[in-house]
Write a new protein. Structure first.
Length: 141
């Protein structure tokens, strides 16, 4: 028997409330994300970006994470690049851009961003894990 899949449900929190502060909003956003409430996350991100004049790097980052999880890789790349524009040395954003390029099959770009991430944080296990795979694909071209 196949279970029916329903449409995405409404957010589990009530949107359109006044955001108290950025830290509380970031915490709520993370909580919604780990609960799998992507609809709620997207709604909250929209409010956060509106209130922060489109300058919330965590909101950009989380929107990229959600887009990647939903398989929207080009969109994820856009959001991660917006976060990187605010914090250009963030190894988290560099690593995530590298991962998206890897998933898109652009291994040369993936290697470039993963190398930058490792240069900024030589102890980054995720970048260190992905980089050899990137090298392998680039060498086979």
């Amino acid at each position: 028997m196949v279970a029916e899949q329903s449409e995405p449900s409404a957010p589990k929190w009530k949107p359109n409330f006044e955001l108290i502060n950025l830290e509380a909003s970031n915490a709520l956003l993370y909580r919604l994300y780990i609960q799998g409430d992507y609809v709620g996350c997207k709604s909250l991100i929209g409010e956060m970006l509106e209130q922060c004049s489109n300058q919330s790097e965590y909101a950009f980052y989380m929107r990229g994470v959600i887009a990647r999880a939903e398989g929207e890789l080009e969109e994820a790349l856009t959001w991660f690049n917006k976060a990187l524009a605010i914090s250009p040395t963030s190894t988290t954003y560099l690593r995530n851009i590298g991962r998206v390029y890897f998933l898109l099959g652009n291994h040369t770009q993936a290697v470039e961003y993963l190398e930058k991430a490792i240069k900024g944080n030589p102890n980054d296990p995720v970048s260190s894990c992905y980089l050899p795979f990137g090298y392998r694909f680039v060498q086979s071209l």
